[in-house]
Structure formats: C-alpha cells, structure tokens
Design a protein around this ligand. Structure first.
Ligand code: GLN
Ligand code: ZN
Length: 765
C-alpha cells in the first residue's frame, strides 16, 4: 500500500473556535483552563477527522495558539530578555512575544509594557509568522516539550502521528538579530542549536515517534552559500545523534532545484517536495535521491481551494512509483493545509455548481486518500468518476468561460497600456487644471469606520433598512468626511469609503467571475483570520462599482475629489486565484475590468483617481530570475491597462504599503502620484532611493496603526528630514495608509497638524 500523508491541518476550528477563545482569554473573560480545553478539542477533532478519512501519516504539533515558529522560539528558549523579566506563564510569554502586552499593575501582578516581535509574511502565502529574534545572550535549551506532549496526546486517542517542527536551518535563517546584537548572523548559531534539536528528537523517539517531519521551506529561496552549506552540517549532526527517529525533510511553495546540491545525499529517510507548485523539478529531485530514500509527493494543493484533478494526480504519482517503487513513495498534500478553509460542507449559500469544484481542508483529506488508494490498485472507480465529472463541469462551465473577456485579453496591445503622453507633459496639464500648491495634502482613502457605519451596513445586509435608507445614510457619512476635509484645508479630498466592508471584497462582490464563502476563514496571523474571495471564472465588470459614491462626493465640493479603487494585483493576491489559467491572465482581466471603472469615473467628472496596490510587493516571486521579472512586467501592465484610458489632465494616484518597497518596482506603473507607507523608515539611503523616482510621491508621514497623535512640530521635523534628500517639488503630504481603523478624534487632530505643517513649508519654499 502506498501511504497517504497530510503535512498539517488548520488549527482555527471549523467555526473559528480558537479565535473566540483566545480573544476571550486576552480580554480576561475566560481563564487558561478554558483556553487549553478548546485547544485540546481542536487538536483531537483534527486527528480524529484525519484518522476517519483514512490518512496514514497524520501530523502532530501542527497546532499552535499563535504561530508555529513562535512556538519553537519559546520551546528553544529564544526569548529576548524584555519578555522573560516579567516572569509570565509560558502561554502569556508566547502571546506577549506575538502581540505585545500592556498591563497595569494589580494586587497580584506586576505592570507589563512590552511590544511584539516582528511579524513577517510566511513565504508567498497570506500567513504571517513571528520572527525568531536572537542576541548574543540567547541560550538555546529545551523549555518545555510541546511536540512531545501533543504526540502523546494523540497516541492516547490511539492515533499514531508524525510530529512536525521547522528545521534548524530554516528556523535560523528566517530569524534576525535583536537590536542589541546587530552584528550577529543567525545562521552562525547553528552549532549551538543543533544539540537542542537532537535532544528534542530523542525525546520524541523515546515517546514512541518513529518519524518526524522537519520543515525546511527555505529550500525554495535564493540562499547565501553559508546557508546552503548549513544543511549538510545540520543533518549529518542530527543523523549521528543518539535515538533519533526517521527524518522527513519537507519543503514547499516552490522549486528546490537551485539548492538541490546542498541536500543531495543527506542522511535522511525521506524528502517531501511540492509538485503542485513545481512539477518541473520531478526528474532532477528523483535523480538526486539515494537508493533508500523515500519521496513524499506533494500533489494535493495546500494553498488553494480547488478540487484536485484525480487523473492528473494519479498519473503524476504513478510516474514516481515507476521510478522508485511503491515502498519509496508517499502521496501527500503539497504543504500544510493551514492555508485552506476548514470544511466545505459548512458552506450553505454557495452556488451548487461552483461548490462542486471546491475542496477545503477536510475534503482534501479524502483526496489524498483516494489518490493513494488509486495508485495502490484499490478500487476507487466511483470516486474517480465523480471527480472527473466535477473537473469537466468546471472546464466547460459558462461561469468559468466568457468568450468576450478572453477575446479582449487577446487583443491587448501596447497602446492599451500607455498613457497618451509621458509624465512631464501630463504634469504640466495637471498643474494647470488643479492648480495645487506645493506640498499638496491628501489622505489614502478611508476615514474611520465607526460603529454607526457597521450597524447600518449590517441592518442593510439583513434587510432591516431599505436601499434608499442605506443610501441616505452613506451620503450623510460622505458629506461629513468632505466637510471635515474642507474645514482643515486638505487639498485633494476623498469620500472616505464608508460603503466598503473590505477593499477587495467590495469590488469582488460586484465583479463577474468571483464567488464568496460564508465560513471560509483562513488564519492570517494570531487571531486574525481572513475570508478570501475566490476567482472562479473570467472576470468582467457588469456595472459601475464606485461611481455613484465618488460622483456624489465630487458634487458637494469645489475641491478635487479622488476616486478610489483597488488594483488588479491586490484583488488577485487577496483572493484564492484560479489554477486553470495563469495569474497573469487573471491580472490582465482585472486590469480590463478596472479600466472600465476608471474611464467611467473620469467621464462622470472624477478626475483624480487612485488605484491602490498595497499587495504588489508581496506578489513578488520568491526567487529572482525569469519568474520575478515576468511578474513585475504583468503587474505593471495590468495596472497601466486599468489607468491608461484617461486624459492627460486626469491625475492617476496609487498607494503601496505593508512591505519595504523598491522604487524600481513601481516606476513601470507610471502613476502620476504615489503614496507609500514610510513613517517608520529612518534610513537616509532608503529615502534617497525614492528621490530618483521620476513622478510625484507622498512618503507617508505618520503611522495609522497607532492612536498616537503627532504634533505639528513633529510633522515639521519629519518633513524637514525627508527634504534633506527628497525634492520639494515632488513632495506630497499624506499619512501612511487609510484611516479606517482609527477614531475620529485622533484623525481630526493628526490631520490638522499635518496640514498645518505643510502650510509652514509652503511659506518657506
Ligand atoms: N484606500 C484604502 C484605504 O484607505 C487603502 C488601504 C490599504 O492600502 N491597505 O483604506
Ligand atoms: Zn495602505
């Protein structure tokens, strides 16, 4: 029998039980007992579910109360001193490291005030991990035994599991030096950390574990030589340690071939590779295995919600069997299923035709098992034919295919993605038209999403108020925002986005080609979960999406009103994409749909239009090379398709945030004005890089994540700092990002100070 294996299961619970209990714990509504009870229930449910589905190799230690990388930092005692000094319980230390902790002193507890560790995107997924943070004083040692406890917990249920931990090379490489030890290179800690790994592995072995999954996902990145060499050191050390279970080294989310030389011949029992993302690595990785090594074939997609095509999956695994023999092949999910929603059967509102194409984590368990059975020669004819019918239905459906859209994509040419004139000529035309002062002031789009707004939106969704009533309400909110901006003297106004639940969902719901779940939550970080829309078919715009609100806003002011849209890459990145056409095609379709919207806005008299692309950086392929340059090309092209149909006098803005931006990546978008998150950037060299940016730019002046109100003097000082290296005539004045999560009081005070500071500089220049 060929074995089936699941690399990890979502840990949030089918109905977000983990979020509910952790948030209740944080707010003091429930105690540790309740928190741990819910955690245990989720783990047990997950194991039982997998067992019942017939999965042979089930993971343990895939559960976490916050993040699996953070768990490891706690376990290995990589805890900066600022967290240990409060002598908190382990779970509270974990949360303090993950999200910071601010607590007043009580009779029984000391006051605590500590910020969180850095949080970073987990490769190219929408999951974020807490960055291991090392200093010269870090002393690795086993601090508890979570993986052993969870292994034993499953065993008690009669379920044998394969514990999973992030491997030593990835763990160190994904970490960083703490501010007191900036000269420390994390990978140099390898020799110190290996004995602790060995100790953990021996403990797992003593508890009964026969094999352990060690994740080394960094194998899909461009790695410095020192890091490549670390694999040999690490795995030879571990293989020679005493009482070690069989090691399964797993990588996912890409192609390992550029690092294959560093893992070839390592003394490990099995390698797991992701053949959903990189089937083209097959021949080379197979050739690199030693004669005993087993290959775990990641063939059921852990990153998306589409049903696997069984005939393709079976054929792929059969290829592996032909090369290696049945005993040396395992059928597996491509990665942990953490990145998929829990259970499709909880979707009651999804169109049944579309639902038949989906597979969430629970359904993927069956998929792995069916493929393993099929290649073992068991009779799964029924399952195969049901699957074939679903695949065929999706391929041929009118929902998937829209000939008109496909034709439009094919006819895209240079002209469609270039503005009528180059920037200098547009700038002159726009200067004349808008007559903006030096240091023009604006905001990024959203204003506080108050309770009142949420209540009214809810009432409208539930049918408790009519569309007219809701409309009147939205108009009154827009008017409030417009009057406020006029009052404090902003130059380019926005309507405040009160009608939007979310910057992607709002547009997705109005575009053809999207589907939505009611319970398809996926962990983004800690207790933050997202419910991504799904691109199910060719995308088009049946009707205007934002024109009504923007036109109303423009009608009540003489100042320039900025229309506000979400860009193609951001819509795509924050959705589950199709896997039957390329992301490029999907981005271009979104670009075309948005082009219609941009043109309609212009025709209706909205002549400043911002197309937000906060996700443009996170879409960047993990490795440099062809794929990355292709991405940058189509990302820019789809943006330009959306924004190039307008007159020279129409001013196109864009906005970026969430990650360090390379100004070179955004040049090709050719937006007239961009605004970027910048308030935490102090490095003058980094600021300097932006001075070469040819068009105009607003380097975000204050952090919108914090309730803190910067004074006028602070704004003046900050602008002064930037002006040392950045030219005044390209300088826009704006916050870091939208203001939706802030309160009105802070917004009023911060923006007033910001505008006053801009006026001060206008007098000087
Ligand atoms: N226009 C959006 C807003 O202001 C942009 C949000 C974002 O970049 N994340 O809310
Ligand atoms: Zn932003």
């Amino acid at each position: 029998m060929v074995q089936s294996s699941v690399l990890g299961f979502p840990r949030i619970g089918a109905f977000r039980e983990l979020k509910k209990t952790t948030e209740a714990y944080w707010s003091g509504k429930v105690g540790k007992d309740e928190l741990f009870k819910v955690g245990k229930e989720i783990r047990e449910n997950n194991w039982k579910l997998q067992k019942a589905a017939g999965v042979d190799v089930i993971a343990s230690n895939d559960f976490s109360y916050y993040d699996q990388v953070l768990d490891l930092s706690l376990l290995f005692n990589a805890i900066p001193e600022r967290y240990t000094k409060y002598e908190l319980d382990p779970i509270d230390t974990l949360f303090a490291m993950g999200r910071g902790l601010q607590r007043k002193a009580t009779d029984s507890e000391k006051a605590v005030d500590v910020t969180a560790l850095e949080m970073v995107k987990w490769f190219d997924s929408n999951y974020h991990y807490v960055r291991p943070t090392f200093s010269h004083s870090t002393e690795f040692k086993l601090n508890g035994q979570k993986p052993v406890d969870e292994y034993l917990e499953a065993k008690k249920l009669g379920i044998e599991t394969r514990p999973v931990v992030v491997g030593p090379v990835s763990y160190l490489f994904l970490g960083k030096a703490d501010k007191d030890s900036l000269d420390l290179e994390p990978i140099s800690l390898l020799e110190k950390i290996l004995p602790v790994y060995a100790e953990l592995l021996a403990k797992l072995s003593a508890a009964g574990a026969t094999s352990v999954q060690i994740d080394e996902p960094i194998l899909v990145l461009d790695l410095p030589e020192k890091v490549q060499a670390a694999f040999k050191t690490a795995y030879e050390y571990l293989a020679n340690a005493k009482n070690i279970p069989k090691l399964v080294v797993a990588s996912y989310f890409g192609d390992v071939r550029p690092n294959l030389a560093s893992i070839k011949g390592l003394p490990v029992h099995c390698f797991h590779f992701d053949f959903v993302r990189a089937p083209e690595q097959f021949d080379e990785v197979v050739a690199a295995l030693t004669p005993e090594q087993v290959l775990s074939v990641g063939i059921i997609d852990g990153r998306n919600i589409w049903k696997a095509d069984f005939s393709e999956a079976v054929a792929f695994v059969e290829k592996a069997i032909a090369a290696l023999g049945k005993e040396r092949v395992i059928v597996a999910t491509s990665s942990s299923l953490l990145h998929t929603p829990v259970d499709l059967t909880n979707e009651k509102k999804l169109d049944s035709e579309i639902k038949n194409w989906f597979s969430f984590a629970t359904q993927k368990l069956d998929e792995v098992v069916v493929v393993a059975k099929a290649v073992s020669g068991e009779d799964v004819k029924e399952a195969l034919s049901v699957n074939a019918a679903a695949i065929k239905s999706r391929k041929e459906s009118a929902i998937t295919n829209d000939a008109a859209v496909q034709k439009k994509v094919e006819s895209i040419d240079e002209k469609l993605s270039s503005r009528a004139a180059a920037f200098p000529e547009r700038l002159a035309a726009q200067k004349e038209k808008f007559n903006l002062p030096l240091f023009p002031t604006t905001t990024i789009g959203s204003f506080p999403q108050t309770k009142d707004i949420r209540i009214n939106r809810n009432k409208f969704t539930k049918g408790e108020i009519t569309a007219e009533q809701y409309d009147t309400f939205i108009k009154s909110e827009i008017e409030k925002v417009v009057r406020f901006q006029e009052e404090i003297g902003l130059d380019v106004l926005v309507h405040g986005e009160p009608e939007r639940n979310d910057m992607v969902q709002y547009f997705g719901e109005q575009l053809k080609g999207f589907a939505f779940t009611t319970n398809g939550w996926v962990q983004s970080y800690g207790s933050r979960y997202v419910r991504p829309p799904v691109v199910v078919g060719d995308v088009s715009r049946p009707h205007a999406m934002s024109v009504k609100e923007s036109v109303y806003a423009q009608s009540i002011t003489k100042k320039a009103m900025k229309g506000m849209l979400t860009g193609p890459i951001t819509v795509l990145r924050w959705s589950f994409p199709r896997n039957d056409v390329s992301q490029k095609v999907q981005a271009l379709q979104l670009g075309l749909a948005l082009r219609d919207e941009v043109n309609d806005l212009e025709a209706a008299g909205v002549e400043v239009i911002q197309v937000d692309e906060p996700a443009i950086r996170e879409g960047l392929p993990l490795r440099s090379g062809q794929e990355r340059s292709d991405y940058l090309k189509y990302a820019a092209e789809s943006f330009r398709i959306a924004t190039s149909g307008v007159k020279n006098t129409t001013q196109i803005h864009s906005h970026f945030c969430y990650s360090d931006l390379d100004p070179n990546h955004i040049k090709a978008l050719d937006a007239d004005v961009v605004s970027i998150e910048f308030s935490k950037k102090d490095d003058p060299n980094y600021i300097q890089e932006f001075s070469n940016y040819p068009n105009h730019i607003g380097l975000g002046l204050f952090d919108i994540h914090s309730p803190r109100i910067p004074s006028k003097e602070e704004f003046i000082a900050r602008i002064g700092e930037i002006l040392k290296v950045y030219p005044a005539d390209k300088f826009w004045v704006n916050p870091d990002c939208g203001l939706k999560t802030r309160g009105w009081e802070e917004v009023r005070a911060s923006l007033t100070n910001m505008v006053e500071a801009a006026k001060t500089y206008r007098e000087k220049y």
